[in-house]
Design a binder for this molecule. Structure first.
Ligand code: PRP
Ligand code: URA
Length: 212
């Protein structure tokens, strides 16, 4: 992925450790949900380097100096429903007052084409940094359409975070949206004939919400 300057892959021991447990089919819903949240928080630390800081005057016990405050209000978190919901709390741990927009997408099981069924965003999205989150980046169709939907409604600064990416999906998003920073925790081998990521972790939405 070196050919795409907007793609950032993680090589962090803590994330590797957590993804190993996430992949394990014996990991239950509660632990799965907690891990997705923790990974999202660690990813946010890494991907927030360009987020706005405001200098403030601080009085230490010894003298006055300049401190910095993150403007959580300048951030909007947008999960792609359903599975993206699992990452929201992790991002909120870093930006506690960020507003949350929602984009509903499901993949047609036959065509693998994403279908948008819901979109509700804060009105002033154009002036915010949008953290678009979805744990799985498979064909890239859902992410590309969600980014299109955000741009159509005025978003200009978009960071996309995904836990597991397939090479074809990462490439598709990186090419279609070179202005979007794409953060992926781990790059897997390929997709199977049903559009599932290999080795992957199965259906993220079902594992997060116990629906299978
Ligand atoms: C999953 C996942 C992504 C999408 C990725 O959602 O959460 O949104 O598939 O696949 P793609 O890159 O090929 O588009 P799914 O459609 O299973 O819906 P769900 O989250 O409601 O389970
Ligand atoms: N969506 C998932 O939840 N898992 C995959 O492997 C691919 C798409």
């Amino acid at each position: 992925m070196k050919q795409y300057p907007n793609v950032f892959l993680f090589d962090h021991p803590l994330i590797k450790h957590k993804i190993g447990i996430l992949r394990d089919k014996r990991t239950g819903t509660k632990e799965f949900r907690e891990l997705v949240e923790e990974i999202a928080m660690v990813m946010t630390y890494e991907s927030m380097r360009d987020v706005e800081l405001v200098p403030v005057q601080v009085e230490t016990p010894l003298e006055v100096t300049t401190g910095y405050r993150i403007q959580s209000e300048s951030v909007v978190i947008v999960p792609i429903l359903r599975a993206g919901l699992g990452m929201v709390n992790g991002v909120h741990r870093v930006f506690p007052t960020a507003a949350v927009g929602h984009i509903g997408m499901y993949r047609d099981e036959e065509t693998l084409e994403p279908q948008e069924y819901y979109c509700k965003l804060p009105p002033d999205i154009g002036s915010k940094t949008v953290f678009l989150v979805d744990p799985m980046l498979a064909t890239g169709g859902s992410a590309c359409d969600a980014i299109d939907a955000l741009k159509k409604r005025g978003a200009t600064k978009i960071i996309f975070m995904s836990v597991i990416g397939a090479p074809e999906g990462v490439e598709r998003v990186a090419k279609a949206h070179p202005d979007v920073s794409v953060y992926v925790s781990t790059l897997d081998r390929c997709l199977n004939e049903h559009g599932y990521i290999l080795p992957g972790l199965g259906d993220a939405g079902d594992r997060l919400f116990g629906t299978k």
